[in-house]
Design a protein around this ligand. Structure first.
Ligand code: FAD
Length: 820
């Protein structure tokens, strides 16, 4: 059979490719071809043998939203064999106090999403799932809207629906190459001939890495084996003629899950050694065994079988009847991989997606292709989010295996990866270690959270009767009261912060100004030395990122800027759009930065510099090229902590010299080293937002309180037209500052916010404010509840903590500290 060209070729008719084809054709893109090496719908990929458990509780809003859409969509799809979704509910049980606490936290995530899930007593758990042993279960989390996705039915319905709208299905057709001309996809080669296309989307599941390599793209993804077992009939289920009577069940403390299979149980286990595979060896789509299945290794199931019999005593009279080691993909940060290749236009991937999130991802990719923006904020899944080192084969293999091990673990929001560390060290690392820095990890960088050497300063503060309250048990993990001493040192004297981990991008070229002016919300066409805080917006006027743009001296005919950005997504965005005469590159690894902040910052820096650091010499939001001792620096007068001071940038080789120069001179001024914990506290006191937690691609500048960063009087920029349609005063939701006087009320972020018992929003960032002596939580709430004085509460584990909306910023609203 010969094949003809299409606008879009989807590689893979698993549950992801099928969802995408359906969503694309629903939006009128009917010129779509779905190619699969196996038969459709039983392709032999991971979807074919997935038991289909859909638990919607997820640590990120993106994951929960993708899952919720999948439930909603599959719930409306009927196949001739039956429904595509069986809403039997989902029960997660705890057999330890820690896990029970975690279930409360998970219930909070669901509540923040408007999903009502309940914490159950052991007896209530058994009432829902009669096979459970009430003697070992301490409680459960029940979500009535969870259930089983019948994944193969969903593939069948969605691919047939796509075909009925004009899509072509090509089963038994393997893609052997991707055709590229002038950096653009022009089609694919298949075992049945070439197939021209403008867009190719790789939905090849565990084969994603192999297919992406056809265009030279490294996907940080590893297929790992995962055991799925079927038991012999279970006496307590005798005569069960319906497929599922009980809710789907998770026993995360032992890395296990369960579902009914008529009169048997099906058991999934992550409680075994990681077993990664190179899929290049497993592509026999014509064989008897599915290519995504490996032989069962019974030894790996011995422990999980005992644990299963302990949780579900009826299994003691049953046996393991069948088992597979099925394969599916893990990634370095546990998230899916969605987006266009930065190097080959028109080559997209939708990879490492569970059945649970499949319809949500299908919708998002279709929206991105058709409309250029998705309903769900997909920045956590973006393909371009990885740093270079995160794409290396050794790193990928180690992290992906670790994510398999930790898939059900209770992870603290600040918990750093344990290995591979240390990876990236700033030039200050040796000095920080000498000061007994407690390091967490940020984009691979070792970053001090606080310094043990400041213990004496803490003791002195407390001896003087000054309060450094301790938050509760959860909030005080990866935290130390020393952060209080560091915060006070910043407010009262001067402190040095390592800002090296923040992404720095240089933009230089003959039309650099024009290029940036077309993208950013502020005016960056000012004089050399101007610093502008502004936003990158999407065409809908939503915030892609917030950046500081500093204009620096450049060769004649060129303009040069340094951008303080939020990560690789900003770099990839700018690089993708830059014209030929503008060079955009990452200067982060070769440079470093000390934030020198506090009332004595000027005295300190001036004592080691012949340059003019006075208010006239370098005004607030201006930058100069200067020397600190012998070290050439770019000094930008701005501060994320709300104090007088500078971000001092230099090249990595001179970093240690810069640290030593400031440290030595700083003795006279009482300088401290200070870590990220103090930084976060000070930033929240000042009301400064952090992209990714406080605002994301979901929010417009007016809702986020960032209208001041938008110059509507400027010529056109991306997002301007959409903002022009908005009334800045008429927003439906708002980012607000909530406070409490109770140190035990300090939360971590992502908790639900309630008004009169109804969930109305969620927390973004939180900390204890040492200067204002308040627990601070920024949160999204409906605009009607944003008035200062409004009483709300935050759901924290099993408690409701009273908070009140408070006028922001809490500290120095007149900006006297910064401008002095
Ligand atoms: C044992 C097991 C249990 C699981 N349980 C659950 C669960 O309970 N809940 C849940 O949400 N998830 C579960 N998963 C995960 C889930 O099954 C997968 O993440 C999901 O099915 C992946 O879908 P996909 O469409 O990306 O990949 P696949 O279903 O693997 O589809 C990829 C398709 O691409 C085709 N293909 C690959 N290369 C080529 C090529 N070169 N040319 C043409 N075609 C190609 C393959 O034939 C295949 O059909 C489980 C996985 C396993 C293994």
């Amino acid at each position: 059979m010969s094949v003809s060209g299409s606008k879009v070729v989807v590689i893979g008719a698993g549950v992801v490719g099928a969802a995408l084809a359906d969503e694309l054709t629903e939006r009128g893109w009917s010129d779509v071809t779905v190619v699969d090496a196996g038969p459709i719908p039983h392709t032999g990929g991971s979807t074919t043998h997935a038991p289909g458990l859909v638990f919607q509780a997820g640590p990120s809003r993106m994951m929960t939203e993708l899952a919720t859409y999948t439930v909603q969509k599959l719930g409306g799809l009927e196949h001739e064999e039956g429904p595509c979704f069986l809403p039997v509910g989902g029960l997660e049980v705890a057999t330890s106090p820690d896990r029970l606490a975690e279930l409360h936290r998970r219930a909070g995530w669901l509540a923040a999403h408007g999903i009502e899930a309940r914490i159950l007593t052991p007896q209530e758990c058994v009432a829902h799932h009669d096979l459970l042993d009430p003697a070992i279960v301490l409680g459960g989390l029940f979500n009535p809207t969870d259930g089983i996705a019948k994944a193969v039915r969903a593939v069948d319905v969605q691919t047939r629906r796509a075909a009925s709208r004009g899509a072509t299905l090509l089963p038994g057709t393997e893609v052997t190459g991707v055709l590229v001309e002038d950096g653009r996809v022009v089609g694919v080669s298949t075992t049945r001939g070439d197939l021209p296309a403008e867009i190719v989307v790789c939905c090849a599941g565990i084969w994603g890495r192999k297919v992406a390599a056809m265009v030279g793209l490294d996907l940080p993804l590893t297929p790992l084996e995962h055991q799925l077992v079927g038991t012999t009939p279970v006496a307590a289920q005798e005569g069960q003629s319906v497929e599922l009577r009980r809710p789907i069940l998770r026993h995360q403390g032992e890395d296990l899950y369960y579902r009914d299979d008529f009169d048997r149980q099906m058991i999934g286990s992550y409680a075994h050694r990681p077993m990664p595979l190179d899929v290049a060896q497993f592509d026999d789509w014509g064989g008897e065994v599915m290519p995504s299945v490996r032989p069962f290794t019974p030894d790996d199931f011995e422990g999980p079988w005992k644990q299963s019999q302990a949780l579900l005593p009826s299994l003691r009279d049953a046996e393991v009847d069948s088992g597979i080691n099925g394969l599916f993909s893990f990634t370095t940060d546990g998230g899916p991989l969605v987006g266009e290749s930065p190097d080959v236009r028109g080559f997209w991937v939708a990879e490492a997606v569970w059945v649970t999130h499949s319809a949500g991802v299908g919708r998002a990719v279709a929206e991105l292709l058709v409309d250029g923006a998705s309903t769900t904020d997909m920045h956590d899944a973006a393909l371009a989010r990885f740093e270079r080192h995160q794409l290396g084969p050794a790193y990928v293999l180690e992290r992906d295996q670790q994510n398999f091990v930790e898939v059900y673990d209770v992870l603290h929001p600040l918990q750093p990866m344990e290995s591979p560390r240390p990876l990236r060290r700033s030039p200050f690392h040796q000095r920080q270690s000498e000061l007994d820095g407690f390091f967490l990890e940020a984009s691979g960088w070792e970053r001090p959270q606080w310094y043990g050497a400041n213990q004496a300063a803490l003791a002195a503060y407390e001896a003087a009767g000054r309060a450094v309250p301790r938050p509760g048990e959860w909030a005080s993990r990866y935290w130390s009261p020393i952060a209080g001493a560091e915060a006070m040192a910043t407010r009262e004297r001067v402190a040095m912060y390592d800002m090296t981990a923040l992404k720095r991008i240089e933009v230089v070229g003959r039309s650099a100004t024009a290029f940036l002016q077309g993208l950013v919300s502020g005016n960056v066409g000012g004089s050399v030395g101007s610093v502008t805080y502004c936003l990158l917006l999407d065409p809908r006027g939503r915030i892609r990122s917030d950046i500081t743009v500093t204009r620096l001296p450049a060769a004649p005919g060129r303009q040069r800027y340094q951008i303080g950005a939020n990560g690789n997504l900003d770099l990839a965005y700018l690089q993708a759009l830059a014209p030929a005469d503008v060079f955009v590159h990452d200067i982060t690894p070769g440079t470093c930065c000390i934030g020198l902040w506090g009332p004595a910052a000027r005295d300190l820096v001036q004592s080691v510099s012949g340059d003019d650091f006075s208010n006239e010499g370098v005004k607030y939001f201006r930058a100069i090229e200067a020397h600190v001792g012998m070290v050439p620096v770019t000094a930008m007068r701005l501060s994320y902590v709300g104090e007088l001071g500078w971000e001092l940038y230099t090249s990595a080789d001179l970093g240690m010299k810069l640290w030593d120069t400031l440290w030595l001179a700083g003795r006279e001024h009482g300088v401290s080293a200070a870590g990220r914990a103090a930084f976060t506290s000070l930033r929240l006191e000042k009301g400064y937002r952090s992209f990714g937690s406080d605002m994301t691609w979901d929010h417009n500048p007016y809702e986020a309180g960032l209208g001041f960063a938008v110059r509507m009087s400027k010529d056109d920029f991306v997002g301007r037209a959409a903002l022009a349609e908005l009334d800045p005063a008429a927003v439906s939701q708002k980012l607000v500052c909530l406070t409490s006087t109770d140190p035990l009320a300090v939360v971590m972020g992502k908790e639900p916010v309630f008004a009169d018992g109804t969930a109305v929003g969620h927390v973004t960032s939180a900390a204890w404010g040492f200067t204002v002596q308040l627990a601070i939580a920024y949160a999204w709430v409906p605009a009607a509840l944003a008035e200062p004085g409004t009483e709300l509460s935050i759901g924290y584990f099993d408690r409701q903590l009273p908070y009140v909306v408070t006028q922001e910023p809490l500290f120095d609203p007149a900006m006297t500290r910064l401008r002095g």
